[in-house]
Design a protein around this ligand. Structure first.
Ligand code: MV4
Length: 509
């Protein structure tokens, strides 16, 4: 079994992984940048290693520094979390090369899914449905015109190295192809250093439904049902749920089998997700595979009762999956909300700053994965995710009502948040009826400014209490330690946490 794990990430996902390690008796090493000296994972991990200045390119993206930190602290494994280096085949290979167990798929599987046209070909050859389109990158526009006409306009041009919607262009007729191709290609070239583009028939109002899979090193692969992720904004998911409102037992079986075939085709091991687009006739098509643990994994954990991070660690250690497909028996309905420090009143502009008030919701059916605490900073350097709020109910309706209750209980001041945006979505008749597509936010979010007005009166007593507390503390201790230390006063492993003992590389011991 893994004895000591380095977590190559920050924020809530690092906290999530530390929790699984504590449950399993695995020691933890956090890494942190200068912007994250007082971050929650640094306080919670057994050891913490400073790896560089705030910009991710000089810290959380530095393969050499991270591998060094693991070797220096005697870690035997590395968990990449999501984002940063999580889908970097070079990082997975570097860990293995240094004798570290990488808690994720083989570098080969990461690489084969990063090339979207190679992935498409591999899926087509394995009998996984793909959207009608090209098997090769576009070289000659004249060649594809008859093929696109046959598939039917509109078509969508996509970057081979794509992701996040960069290098995509919808094309409505043959005359538009050349210009769109030039635009997509130059955008892809500057974003990914690879200007190759391919095409697919454009699905107009698809749902985004993904299947969670788990694969061990002994050839066992199971799926853990779907998550519906259609509620997104600019290719960022904002609400995810399971089961999907449109799922049937038959469709689930077919999509589950396709996801397992996809994983088998690329030699996948560990936790992964196969994304599908589902059209209005409930036909499903492979979109891409995410070769990592995802932000929305708690949704699956709530309905299946499994611990996906624990499963990842056991699989990485070489154990067989402890369950078979027929032992996966989901129960109830889960919905997750990404709580961002972004301003929905101002086009979701990031809103970094200090969480002067931070009160979490609790109670039946509520799970909160937060990477922060009252008084902590949301730095400007990274994705401004504060927390994931996941709710569970016997039914979708109960989950929605609990979600509204939890979001109203959640009090944050000091930064703008997406909490009120979620309340708007939950109260929208189309969301309530489950009639959603990937265009839901774009098509319906204009008209709600009234709903977004934050109830300043409700927050005033909390802000006042926090201010009085800070004032008294400052008066008592003139040479006070940095904010966020004294008031935590946490003990972990029987030890009071002290930031003073966290120094540069090598960490505390
Ligand atoms: C599509 C599509 C419609 N038709 N492909 C967006 C990101 C990239 N990973 C693939 N994406 C899409 N591919 C075809 N053939 C629509 C999207 C799409 C989308 C997909 C999933 C979730 C949100 C989305 C938002 C806009 C477009």
């Amino acid at each position: 079994m893994i004895k000591k794990l380095l977590i190559a990430n920050r924020g809530e996902i690092s906290v999530r992984i530390i929790r699984a390690c504590r449950d399993l008796g695995i020691k933890t090493v956090a890494i942190y940048s200068e912007a994250d000296r007082r971050a929650l994972p640094v306080l919670m991990a057994d050891e913490a290693v400073l790896i560089g200045p705030p910009p991710a390119a000089e810290s959380y993206l530095c393969i050499d520094k991270i591998v060094d930190a693991a070797l220096q602290t005697g870690a035997d494994a590395v968990h990449p979390g999501y984002g940063f280096l999580a889908e970097n085949a070079e990082f997975a290979a570097a860990c293995l090369g240094a004798g570290l167990n990488f808690v994720g798929p083989p570098a080969r599987a990461i690489g084969s899914m990063g090339d979207k046209i190679a992935a498409r070909q591999m899926m087509e050859d394995s009998g996984v449905p793909v959207i009608p389109g090209s098997r090769e990158p576009i070289t000659d526009v004249a060649e594809i015109i008859p093929l696109a006409k046959k598939a039917g306009f509109p078509i969508l041009l996509k970057a081979v190295a794509g992701g996040g919607g960069k290098g995509m262009r919808v094309v409505h007729c043959a005359d538009e192809i050349q210009t769109a191709l030039e635009g997509a290609s130059s955008e892809a070239k500057s974003a990914f250093g690879d200007g190759r583009v391919f095409w697919e028939k454009y699905l107009e109002h698809p749902r985004h439904i993904e299947i969670q899979i788990l694969a061990d090193k002994h050839g066992n692969i199971i799926h853990l049902n779907e998550r519906e992720c259609s509620i997104q904004r600019r290719h960022q998911k904002v609400i995810e749920e399971s089961p999907s409102p449109i799922m049937t037992a038959d469709l689930r079986r077919q999509m589950g089998e396709a996801a397992i075939a996809a994983a088998r085709a690329c030699g996948y091991i560990n936790a992964g997700t196969v994304e599908f687009l589902v059209d209005t006739e409930r036909k499903f098509y492979f979109l891409e595979m995410n070769t990592r643990l995802q932000v929305e994994h708690p949704v699956t954990e709530l309905v299946t009762g499994l611990d996906l991070v624990k499963a990842q660690l056991l699989v990485a250690a070489g154990e067989e999956l402890p369950y078979q497909q027929d032992q996966i028996t989901p129960h109830g309905h889960a919905i997750e909300f990404r709580i961002y420090a972004e301003d929905p009143k101002n086009n979701f502009l990031p809103s970094p700053g200090t969480l002067s008030v931070y009160r979490e919701p609790h109670g039946p059916g509520i799970r909160l994965d937060a990477g922060t605490y009252e008084g902590a900073e949301v730095p400007i350097y990274y994705d401004p995710l504060i927390a994931e709020l996941a709710v569970w109910g016997e039914t979708r309706e109960e989950a929605i009502n609990r979600a509204i209750r939890a979001l109203e209980e959640y009090k944050i001041a000091g930064v703008a948040t997406t909490i009120k945006f979620h309340c708007w979505a939950l109260k929208h008749p189309l969301f309530r009826s489950g009639d959603i597509s990937t265009h839901f936010v774009d098509e319906h979010f204009e008209s709600i400014t009234g709903c977004l007005d934050i109830d300043e009166n409700a927050l005033r007593p909390l802000a006042l209490a926090a201010a009085i507390y800070e004032y008294r503390r400052a008066k008592k201790k003139t040479a006070a330690p940095p904010t966020g230390r004294r008031n935590l006063n946490w003990k972990v492993n029987g030890r009071r946490l002290s930031l003073r003992s966290i120094s540069g590389p090598g960490g505390r011991s």
